[in-house]
Design a protein around this ligand. Sequence first.
Ligand SMILES: [Mn+2]
Length: 356
Amino acid sequence: MEGRIAALQRRMPEQADAVLLAGGTNRCYYTSFSSSAGYLFVTAEQAVLLVDGRYLEAARRSARDCEVERITDLPAQIDALCGECGVRTLGIDTDSWSVAEFQRLQAALSVTLLATPETSRAVRLQRAHKSKEEFACLRRAQKIGDAVFEAVLPQIREGMTDRELQRILNGFFIEYGAQRTSHDFLVVFGPDTAYPHGSPSGRRLSPGDFIMMDMGTPIDGYWGDMTRTVMFGAANERQRSVYETVRRAQQAALAAVRPGVICRDVDAAARAVIADAGYGDCFGHGLGHAVGLDLHEDPRFNQTDDSPVEAGLAITVEPGIYLPGEFGVRIEDTILIHEDGTVENITHSPHELIEL
Ligand SMILES: [Mn+2]
């Protein structure tokens, strides 16, 4: 199988003689080596991972498909590498660079850093097409999420705080095989569920509260991502109706997904169900995001992304309805698109309203 760096070398971004990647997940994607800092320099023939002393030995041992160099004088080293290969323009993954970093390095270099979107776009596109091995990691990560969801429900008690539930979730994730946890799972109760990305406030759980849990853990770098909203006690009619609308919106989107469909049309399928039920103004985020080494990747299921759904895509489907001052509901699954056109939903937790 063609290596990831080789695939990049075969299709270098337009106008770039070489690329210089600063993004941590980009470096990890190409070299399978994870570090908090460093650069990956790739020409048509050569690939060099530049790291500082903290990572030198580990990178030499485990970075794949590249040479490893210790950073001493970064601009001089990059100039030297460019000189050896006749490189004059360097495409950079602009979505990973700070303006300060760009300016500092450009001022010291004799070659040109291309601050155009092509390099990031090429890398994003490559990363969006996942292999069977990447799918397997995502499946394993999601399996942990499903197991944790099942395990946590019996632990939920009246009067417990959202922070307590968050800590219990963290503990279960570790117990069920998480390599690490995010520590900031979104766990909110009652009126706080009306904030799509709220965080625990110390609120205590009361009967009639929705409990929203948005959680996941990476396995070998690849993130699980799921959300379930469950009712503590008995749902009233309005809560039940909103929940059912979100569930139907998700089903409509899942039914619309197949290779060749435009991402924004999948978003529209869910949005139409929510609008028809009279909650058109209450779904203030996109339907989903690709997921991989980063929790949020491209493409997106939203109102503007016109890229087609393609085999190799791993993406979330997460409609929601949020009623400020009252409550919110979101249901999130992660799906994989296979070469044969089938869609695999790797989130197996129930979609039906659970009343605890
Ligand atoms: Mn998500």
